[in-house]
Design a protein around this ligand. Sequence first.
Ligand SMILES: *[C@@H]1O[C@H](CO)[C@@H](O)[C@H](O)[C@H]1NC(C)=O
Ligand SMILES: *[C@@H]1O[C@H](CO)[C@@H](O)[C@H](O)[C@H]1NC(C)=O
Ligand SMILES: *[C@@H]1O[C@H](CO)[C@@H](O)[C@H](O)[C@H]1NC(C)=O
Length: 363
Amino acid sequence: MNRRWSSWHLLVILSALYCCFCISPSHSFCCFRSLHLTFPQDMPYEEYMAQIQGCPKECNCPPNFPRAVYCDNKGLKSIPRIPPHTWYLYLQNNLIEVLSADALRNATQLRWLNLNRNKINSEGLEEGVLNTMTHLAHLYMEDNLLSSVPSPLPTSLEHLRLSRNRISKIPSGVFMGMDKLNLLDLQGNKLMDSAVTEVSLKGLNNLVQINLAKNQLTSMPLGLPPTTTQLFLDGNNIEKIPAGYFKGLPKVAFLRLNHNKLGSSGVPKNVFNVSSILDLQLSHNQLTEVPLIPAGLEHLLLDHNKIKSIGSNVCPVSVDAVDDSVNESVPRLRYLRLDGNEIKPPIPRDVILCFRLLRSIVI
Ligand SMILES: *[C@@H]1O[C@H](CO)[C@@H](O)[C@H](O)[C@H]1NC(C)=O
Ligand SMILES: *[C@@H]1O[C@H](CO)[C@@H](O)[C@H](O)[C@H]1NC(C)=O
Ligand SMILES: *[C@@H]1O[C@H](CO)[C@@H](O)[C@H](O)[C@H]1NC(C)=O
């Protein structure tokens, strides 16, 4: 017999004996009671049994993680009946077309619902199916066939991922009351300027990250909440940024505008001179000049534009003022990409004199 297995076995027997005879020797159910206390995720025994017995035959329900139901990658065309104490439901990579209110009737405890890579269109969302899930924090419906942001949504949501659908519409007021939503991913959809407005985004009072990359925007989205820290707009057709646009976004730190149509005439002089910005990505645009940057900027991508030269104005502070003894005034730039422009090596002297903390430059 395997020695390791045998000592493990012995330990289990000893623990069981300890439980039966030492803790409560007179109680015949002591072993069950003791087990009850150590059930995974602190689940009452009755709920545990209901959960295991209610496991849909198409799915896996791990006994040591009884609030999770795994039905992913099963070729399912519809959602099986989900047992009532499920918190985590994995339905990704199936052929589901309809989000059925009946199958999900008892799934009111869900915290996490993954429906990525199915065939759900907006008509396949049965009425009220989502907002009965009053604890739902994470809803993932990437790579489906939605044409509109699902509505109504539970106000408990924290993360909503809807990338790569066909969304062209955000129903007005859909985000009202969604004070917990901090991540909204809408990349790879068909949103035009008229869809992303103050009215459609109203209610996102704690949004931190919004991803609108690979849509059909020609201008900067309006109505973003002042809590926005990460704004991703790569792969649109944005031509210009209104002066003072980021005044309304005092926390913006990560700004991605790669693969747009920004020319230097569409970038007002001080528009990126915003002290909160740490990471500014402007690759693959049509800029002819290096924009003015804030001294605190750490990453700057300007590759694949039409920049011909770099002058002393690249430095956010006066080059003479950059002095190692005064740390505050040293621009923070560490990473700079300028390749794919019309700049000839060597690295311009002003760049070296200004950016003392630069670790990497691609030119
Ligand atoms: C929901 O729960 C009720 C009561 O436990 C049960 O009778 C019914 O079959 C369940 N429905 C679904 C769709 O699981
Ligand atoms: C950039 O912004 C800083 C701080 O707001 C300001 O002091 C500085 O003058 C601005 N730079 C230019 C060139 O306007
Ligand atoms: C920051 O300034 C202090 C005092 O002037 C100096 O001792 C220190 O070496 C500086 N640090 C850097 C990273 O320049």
